[in-house]
Design a protein around this ligand. Sequence first.
Ligand code: NAD
Ligand code: GLY
Length: 353
Amino acid sequence: MKTIRIFSMRREESKIICRKDVFSSVLAPMRKSLVGGGGLLFTDSNVARIYRKKIEKALGGVPVFCMEAGEAHKDERTLFALLAAMKEGNLRRNSVLIALGGGVVGDLGGLAASLYMRGISVIQIPTTLLAQVDSSVGGKTAIDFCGVKNLVGSFHQPEAVYADPSFFRTLPEREIRCGLGEIVKHGALCGEIFDRLEANRGRLFDLGFLAEIVPENIAFKADVVKKDPYERGLRRTLNLGHTTAHAIEPAHPELSHGECVLVGLAYEAEIAKKYCGADENYLDKLTGLAEEVLGISPWEVDAASCAERALLDKKNEGKSVRLVLPVARGRCTELELPFEKYRAELANGGGKC
Ligand code: NAD
Ligand code: GLY
Protein backbone atom coordinates (compact mmCIF):
# COMPACT_ATOMS: atom_id res chain seq x y z
CA MET A 1 0.00 0.00 0.00
CA LYS A 2 1.22 3.45 -0.83
CA THR A 3 0.44 6.42 1.33
CA ILE A 4 0.01 9.66 -0.53
CA ARG A 5 0.39 12.80 1.53
CA ILE A 6 -1.14 15.80 -0.19
CA PHE A 7 -0.29 18.31 2.50
CA SER A 8 -0.61 18.82 6.17
CA MET A 9 -2.76 21.82 7.05
CA ARG A 10 -1.11 22.12 10.43
CA ARG A 11 2.32 23.33 11.28
CA GLU A 12 3.71 20.70 13.59
CA GLU A 13 6.88 22.64 14.29
CA SER A 14 6.79 25.52 16.73
CA LYS A 15 9.83 27.44 17.77
CA ILE A 16 9.85 28.50 21.40
CA ILE A 17 12.30 31.16 22.45
CA CYS A 18 12.88 32.52 25.95
CA ARG A 19 14.36 35.99 25.76
CA LYS A 20 14.15 39.46 27.25
CA ASP A 21 13.23 42.66 25.44
CA VAL A 22 10.69 41.05 23.17
CA PHE A 23 9.37 44.47 22.07
CA SER A 24 12.69 45.72 20.73
CA SER A 25 14.27 42.45 19.66
CA VAL A 26 11.28 40.56 18.21
CA LEU A 27 8.34 42.86 17.52
CA ALA A 28 10.04 46.03 16.27
CA PRO A 29 11.96 44.16 13.54
CA MET A 30 8.64 42.60 12.40
CA ARG A 31 6.83 45.91 12.07
CA LYS A 32 7.38 46.45 8.34
CA SER A 33 6.10 43.00 7.47
CA LEU A 34 2.97 43.47 9.59
CA VAL A 35 1.65 46.78 8.25
CA GLY A 36 -0.71 46.84 5.27
CA GLY A 37 -2.39 43.48 5.89
CA GLY A 38 0.66 41.50 6.95
CA GLY A 39 -0.58 41.07 10.48
CA LEU A 40 -2.54 42.23 13.50
CA LEU A 41 -1.71 42.54 17.17
CA PHE A 42 -4.30 41.05 19.52
CA THR A 43 -4.14 41.88 23.20
CA ASP A 44 -6.33 42.68 26.21
CA SER A 45 -7.24 45.90 27.99
CA ASN A 46 -4.82 45.43 30.92
CA VAL A 47 -1.83 44.53 28.80
CA ALA A 48 -2.64 47.36 26.37
CA ARG A 49 -2.80 49.84 29.25
CA ILE A 50 0.43 48.74 30.92
CA TYR A 51 2.45 48.29 27.71
CA ARG A 52 0.85 50.98 25.52
CA LYS A 53 4.05 52.96 24.97
CA LYS A 54 6.13 49.89 24.16
CA ILE A 55 3.49 48.61 21.76
CA GLU A 56 3.32 51.96 19.98
CA LYS A 57 7.08 52.26 19.76
CA ALA A 58 7.61 48.76 18.39
CA LEU A 59 4.52 48.36 16.24
CA GLY A 60 3.24 51.85 15.30
CA GLY A 61 1.00 51.53 12.23
CA VAL A 62 0.16 47.85 12.80
CA PRO A 63 -3.57 47.24 13.41
CA VAL A 64 -4.39 46.36 17.02
CA PHE A 65 -7.47 44.61 18.39
CA CYS A 66 -7.91 44.86 22.12
CA MET A 67 -10.41 42.73 24.06
CA GLU A 68 -11.75 43.41 27.53
CA ALA A 69 -9.53 41.51 29.95
CA GLY A 70 -10.84 38.44 31.72
CA GLU A 71 -12.20 34.93 31.30
CA ALA A 72 -15.75 36.32 31.09
CA HIS A 73 -14.85 37.68 27.63
CA LYS A 74 -13.34 34.47 26.29
CA ASP A 75 -16.46 33.91 24.24
CA GLU A 76 -17.92 33.85 20.75
CA ARG A 77 -18.61 37.60 20.76
CA THR A 78 -14.97 38.45 21.24
CA LEU A 79 -13.96 35.74 18.78
CA PHE A 80 -16.15 37.14 16.00
CA ALA A 81 -15.17 40.72 16.79
CA LEU A 82 -11.53 39.68 16.44
CA LEU A 83 -12.22 37.87 13.15
CA ALA A 84 -13.96 41.01 11.87
CA ALA A 85 -10.94 43.10 12.85
CA MET A 86 -8.70 40.68 10.97
CA LYS A 87 -10.87 41.11 7.88
CA GLU A 88 -10.89 44.89 8.39
CA GLY A 89 -7.09 44.82 8.60
CA ASN A 90 -6.97 42.99 5.23
CA LEU A 91 -5.22 39.96 6.67
CA ARG A 92 -4.44 37.29 4.07
CA ARG A 93 -3.52 33.61 4.09
CA ASN A 94 0.12 34.47 4.70
CA SER A 95 -0.57 37.09 7.39
CA VAL A 96 0.20 36.54 11.04
CA LEU A 97 -1.77 37.16 14.19
CA ILE A 98 0.29 38.15 17.21
CA ALA A 99 -1.33 37.21 20.52
CA LEU A 100 0.18 39.35 23.28
CA GLY A 101 -1.32 38.52 26.66
CA GLY A 102 -2.23 35.81 29.12
CA GLY A 103 -3.92 32.49 28.46
CA VAL A 104 -7.24 34.12 27.56
CA VAL A 105 -5.69 36.15 24.72
CA GLY A 106 -3.57 33.17 23.67
CA ASP A 107 -6.47 30.70 23.55
CA LEU A 108 -8.78 33.11 21.73
CA GLY A 109 -6.11 34.37 19.36
CA GLY A 110 -5.06 30.82 18.54
CA LEU A 111 -8.64 29.87 17.75
CA ALA A 112 -9.22 32.93 15.56
CA ALA A 113 -5.98 32.20 13.68
CA SER A 114 -7.02 28.59 13.13
CA LEU A 115 -10.37 29.70 11.65
CA TYR A 116 -9.49 32.77 9.59
CA MET A 117 -9.17 31.75 5.93
CA ARG A 118 -9.00 28.14 7.22
CA GLY A 119 -5.87 28.84 9.18
CA ILE A 120 -3.17 31.51 9.34
CA SER A 121 -0.05 31.73 11.48
CA VAL A 122 -0.15 32.82 15.08
CA ILE A 123 2.77 34.01 17.17
CA GLN A 124 2.26 33.73 20.91
CA ILE A 125 3.81 36.30 23.23
CA PRO A 126 2.64 35.10 26.65
CA THR A 127 2.65 37.79 29.34
CA THR A 128 1.55 35.79 32.40
CA LEU A 129 3.50 33.07 34.18
CA LEU A 130 0.72 30.57 33.47
CA ALA A 131 0.71 31.43 29.78
CA GLN A 132 4.50 31.09 29.53
CA VAL A 133 4.78 27.69 31.20
CA ASP A 134 1.52 26.21 29.99
CA SER A 135 -1.12 27.74 27.72
CA SER A 136 1.09 29.22 24.98
CA VAL A 137 2.83 25.88 24.47
CA GLY A 138 1.13 22.98 22.72
CA GLY A 139 -1.41 24.50 20.34
CA LYS A 140 -4.63 24.07 22.32
CA THR A 141 -7.01 26.93 21.54
CA ALA A 142 -10.54 27.56 22.78
CA ILE A 143 -13.38 29.77 23.85
CA ASP A 144 -15.92 29.08 26.57
CA PHE A 145 -19.35 28.39 25.05
CA CYS A 146 -22.87 27.86 26.44
CA GLY A 147 -21.48 28.04 29.96
CA VAL A 148 -18.91 25.31 29.36
CA LYS A 149 -15.23 26.17 29.67
CA ASN A 150 -13.14 25.59 26.55
CA LEU A 151 -16.04 23.84 24.79
CA VAL A 152 -15.21 25.15 21.32
CA GLY A 153 -11.61 25.01 20.20
CA SER A 154 -8.97 23.52 17.96
CA PHE A 155 -5.39 22.36 17.88
CA HIS A 156 -3.33 25.00 16.10
CA GLN A 157 0.38 25.05 16.81
CA PRO A 158 1.82 28.56 16.96
CA GLU A 159 4.51 29.43 14.48
CA ALA A 160 6.55 30.75 17.39
CA VAL A 161 6.33 31.46 21.11
CA TYR A 162 8.45 34.20 22.68
CA ALA A 163 8.58 34.00 26.48
CA ASP A 164 9.97 37.16 28.06
CA PRO A 165 10.38 37.10 31.86
CA SER A 166 10.31 40.92 32.02
CA PHE A 167 6.51 40.69 31.83
CA PHE A 168 6.44 39.22 35.36
CA ARG A 169 7.46 42.60 36.79
CA THR A 170 3.96 43.97 36.27
CA LEU A 171 2.04 40.81 37.21
CA PRO A 172 0.00 40.88 40.42
CA GLU A 173 1.16 38.31 43.01
CA ARG A 174 -2.10 36.43 42.56
CA GLU A 175 -1.25 35.77 38.91
CA ILE A 176 2.22 34.54 39.92
CA ARG A 177 0.57 32.11 42.32
CA CYS A 178 -1.75 30.95 39.54
CA GLY A 179 1.21 30.17 37.28
CA LEU A 180 3.00 28.44 40.14
CA GLY A 181 0.01 26.10 40.37
CA GLU A 182 0.87 24.70 36.93
CA ILE A 183 4.59 24.70 37.75
CA VAL A 184 4.00 22.57 40.88
CA LYS A 185 1.88 20.28 38.67
CA HIS A 186 4.88 19.95 36.33
CA GLY A 187 6.96 19.20 39.43
CA ALA A 188 4.59 16.34 40.20
CA LEU A 189 5.27 14.89 36.75
CA CYS A 190 8.96 15.65 36.33
CA GLY A 191 11.52 14.74 39.00
CA GLU A 192 14.03 17.43 38.03
CA ILE A 193 11.43 20.20 38.29
CA PHE A 194 10.30 18.80 41.65
CA ASP A 195 13.89 18.87 42.98
CA ARG A 196 14.36 22.48 41.83
CA LEU A 197 11.16 23.57 43.56
CA GLU A 198 12.05 21.69 46.75
CA ALA A 199 15.54 23.20 46.80
CA ASN A 200 14.14 26.71 46.33
CA ARG A 201 11.14 26.65 48.67
CA GLY A 202 11.94 30.09 50.04
CA ARG A 203 12.27 31.66 46.56
CA LEU A 204 9.17 30.42 44.79
CA PHE A 205 7.79 33.93 44.23
CA ASP A 206 11.18 35.46 43.45
CA LEU A 207 11.15 36.86 39.89
CA GLY A 208 14.77 35.82 39.34
CA PHE A 209 13.94 32.24 40.27
CA LEU A 210 10.87 32.27 38.01
CA ALA A 211 12.96 33.47 35.07
CA GLU A 212 15.26 30.49 35.73
CA ILE A 213 12.57 27.84 35.88
CA VAL A 214 10.33 28.99 33.03
CA PRO A 215 12.59 27.52 30.29
CA GLU A 216 12.72 24.09 31.93
CA ASN A 217 8.95 24.07 32.42
CA ILE A 218 8.45 24.99 28.77
CA ALA A 219 10.91 22.29 27.71
CA PHE A 220 9.09 19.71 29.82
CA LYS A 221 5.67 20.57 28.41
CA ALA A 222 6.99 20.84 24.84
CA ASP A 223 8.47 17.35 25.15
CA VAL A 224 5.12 15.89 26.24
CA VAL A 225 3.29 17.71 23.43
CA LYS A 226 5.82 16.57 20.83
CA LYS A 227 5.21 12.96 21.81
CA ASP A 228 1.42 13.28 21.94
CA PRO A 229 0.16 16.49 20.28
CA TYR A 230 -3.51 15.48 20.22
CA GLU A 231 -3.82 14.14 23.77
CA ARG A 232 -4.34 10.49 22.93
CA GLY A 233 -2.23 9.24 25.83
CA LEU A 234 0.83 10.85 27.43
CA ARG A 235 -0.52 14.41 27.20
CA ARG A 236 -3.39 13.37 29.46
CA THR A 237 -0.89 13.32 32.32
CA LEU A 238 -0.89 17.14 32.13
CA ASN A 239 -4.40 16.94 33.60
CA LEU A 240 -2.95 15.88 36.96
CA GLY A 241 -4.83 17.69 39.74
CA HIS A 242 -7.30 19.06 37.20
CA THR A 243 -10.24 16.67 37.71
CA THR A 244 -10.68 17.88 41.26
CA ALA A 245 -9.66 21.43 40.33
CA HIS A 246 -12.40 21.67 37.69
CA ALA A 247 -14.93 20.34 40.22
CA ILE A 248 -13.93 22.96 42.79
CA GLU A 249 -13.48 25.98 40.50
CA PRO A 250 -17.11 26.98 39.84
CA ALA A 251 -18.01 26.74 43.53
CA HIS A 252 -15.02 28.78 44.67
CA PRO A 253 -14.83 31.96 42.57
CA GLU A 254 -12.48 33.40 45.20
CA LEU A 255 -9.84 30.89 44.05
CA SER A 256 -7.98 31.21 40.74
CA HIS A 257 -7.54 28.26 38.39
CA GLY A 258 -3.96 27.69 39.54
CA GLU A 259 -5.02 27.75 43.18
CA CYS A 260 -7.70 25.15 42.44
CA VAL A 261 -5.06 22.98 40.73
CA LEU A 262 -2.99 23.09 43.92
CA VAL A 263 -5.98 22.15 46.08
CA GLY A 264 -6.90 19.40 43.59
CA LEU A 265 -3.36 18.10 43.62
CA ALA A 266 -3.34 17.86 47.42
CA TYR A 267 -6.63 15.94 47.53
CA GLU A 268 -5.53 13.65 44.72
CA ALA A 269 -2.21 12.98 46.47
CA GLU A 270 -4.17 11.62 49.43
CA ILE A 271 -6.20 9.40 47.08
CA ALA A 272 -2.95 8.15 45.52
CA LYS A 273 -1.65 7.14 48.94
CA LYS A 274 -4.74 5.11 49.64
CA TYR A 275 -5.41 3.51 46.25
CA CYS A 276 -2.06 3.35 44.48
CA GLY A 277 0.41 2.48 47.21
CA ALA A 278 2.14 5.76 46.48
CA ASP A 279 5.31 7.03 48.18
CA GLU A 280 3.88 8.85 51.22
CA ASN A 281 7.03 10.71 52.12
CA TYR A 282 7.31 12.14 48.60
CA LEU A 283 3.62 13.04 48.45
CA ASP A 284 3.81 14.89 51.77
CA LYS A 285 6.59 17.01 50.29
CA LEU A 286 4.50 17.64 47.17
CA THR A 287 1.49 18.68 49.24
CA GLY A 288 3.82 20.87 51.32
CA LEU A 289 4.88 22.68 48.14
CA ALA A 290 1.24 23.17 47.15
CA GLU A 291 0.48 24.61 50.62
CA GLU A 292 3.48 26.89 50.46
CA VAL A 293 2.33 28.40 47.16
CA LEU A 294 -1.34 28.54 48.20
CA GLY A 295 -0.68 30.24 51.53
CA ILE A 296 -3.63 28.30 52.98
CA SER A 297 -4.25 24.66 53.75
CA PRO A 298 -5.97 22.86 50.86
CA TRP A 299 -8.22 21.19 53.42
CA GLU A 300 -9.87 24.55 54.15
CA VAL A 301 -11.68 24.22 50.81
CA ASP A 302 -15.02 22.43 50.92
CA ALA A 303 -14.20 19.98 48.13
CA ALA A 304 -16.81 17.40 49.18
CA SER A 305 -19.70 19.60 48.06
CA CYS A 306 -18.10 19.83 44.60
CA ALA A 307 -17.61 16.12 43.97
CA GLU A 308 -20.65 15.69 41.67
CA ARG A 309 -19.16 18.14 39.22
CA ALA A 310 -16.22 15.81 38.60
CA LEU A 311 -18.65 13.50 36.81
CA LEU A 312 -19.27 16.22 34.21
CA ASP A 313 -15.62 16.20 33.23
CA LYS A 314 -15.38 15.18 29.55
CA LYS A 315 -12.76 12.56 30.46
CA ASN A 316 -15.07 10.62 32.77
CA GLU A 317 -17.32 7.81 31.72
CA GLY A 318 -20.34 6.46 33.58
CA LYS A 319 -20.22 6.56 37.34
CA SER A 320 -16.50 6.67 37.84
CA VAL A 321 -14.00 9.47 37.94
CA ARG A 322 -10.76 9.28 35.98
CA LEU A 323 -7.77 10.69 37.81
CA VAL A 324 -4.12 11.19 36.97
CA LEU A 325 -2.37 10.64 40.29
CA PRO A 326 1.19 11.34 41.44
CA VAL A 327 2.72 8.20 42.91
CA ALA A 328 6.45 8.84 43.27
CA ARG A 329 9.09 11.36 42.20
CA GLY A 330 8.54 11.92 38.46
CA ARG A 331 5.90 9.19 38.24
CA CYS A 332 2.13 9.26 37.91
CA THR A 333 -0.60 6.77 37.14
CA GLU A 334 -4.21 6.82 35.91
CA LEU A 335 -6.98 5.55 38.16
CA GLU A 336 -10.71 5.07 37.52
CA LEU A 337 -12.28 5.58 40.92
CA PRO A 338 -15.97 4.74 41.46
CA PHE A 339 -17.79 7.98 42.14
CA GLU A 340 -18.94 7.09 45.66
CA LYS A 341 -15.37 6.37 46.71
CA TYR A 342 -14.18 9.62 45.13
CA ARG A 343 -16.84 11.57 46.98
CA ALA A 344 -15.92 9.90 50.26
CA GLU A 345 -12.27 10.80 49.76
CA LEU A 346 -13.10 14.46 49.17
CA ALA A 347 -15.41 14.42 52.17
CA ASN A 348 -12.73 13.31 54.59
CA GLY A 349 -9.98 15.32 52.90
CA GLY A 350 -7.98 12.13 52.64
CA GLY A 351 -8.18 11.94 56.41
CA LYS A 352 -6.78 15.44 56.81
CA CYS A 353 -9.84 17.29 58.12
P1 NAD B 1 -5.56 35.83 31.79
O1 NAD B 1 -5.19 35.77 30.37
O2 NAD B 1 -6.95 36.20 32.13
O3 NAD B 1 -4.54 36.80 32.52
C1 NAD B 1 -4.71 37.04 33.90
C2 NAD B 1 -4.79 38.54 34.20
O4 NAD B 1 -3.49 39.10 34.07
C3 NAD B 1 -5.68 39.31 33.23
O5 NAD B 1 -6.37 40.29 33.95
C4 NAD B 1 -4.68 39.97 32.27
O6 NAD B 1 -5.17 41.14 31.71
C5 NAD B 1 -3.54 40.24 33.21
N1 NAD B 1 -2.22 40.33 32.63
C6 NAD B 1 -1.70 39.60 31.62
N2 NAD B 1 -0.40 39.87 31.49
C7 NAD B 1 -0.08 40.80 32.39
C8 NAD B 1 1.13 41.45 32.77
N3 NAD B 1 2.30 41.15 32.20
N4 NAD B 1 1.09 42.36 33.77
C9 NAD B 1 -0.09 42.63 34.41
N5 NAD B 1 -1.25 42.03 34.12
C10 NAD B 1 -1.23 41.11 33.13
O7 NAD B 1 -5.29 34.42 32.52
P2 NAD B 1 -4.11 33.36 32.48
O8 NAD B 1 -3.99 32.85 33.86
O9 NAD B 1 -2.90 33.90 31.81
O10 NAD B 1 -4.69 32.23 31.55
C11 NAD B 1 -5.87 31.54 31.90
C12 NAD B 1 -6.51 31.01 30.64
O11 NAD B 1 -5.62 30.11 30.02
C13 NAD B 1 -7.81 30.27 30.89
O12 NAD B 1 -8.78 30.69 29.97
C14 NAD B 1 -7.44 28.81 30.64
O13 NAD B 1 -8.52 28.06 30.14
C15 NAD B 1 -6.35 28.96 29.62
N6 NAD B 1 -5.42 27.83 29.59
C16 NAD B 1 -5.15 27.28 28.39
C17 NAD B 1 -4.24 26.24 28.29
C18 NAD B 1 -3.90 25.68 26.95
O14 NAD B 1 -3.21 24.66 26.87
N7 NAD B 1 -4.33 26.31 25.88
C19 NAD B 1 -3.59 25.75 29.44
C20 NAD B 1 -3.89 26.36 30.66
C21 NAD B 1 -4.80 27.41 30.72
N1 GLY C 1 -2.79 22.34 29.70
C1 GLY C 1 -2.88 20.99 29.32
C2 GLY C 1 -2.46 20.74 27.92
O1 GLY C 1 -1.99 21.60 27.23
O2 GLY C 1 -2.62 19.63 27.46
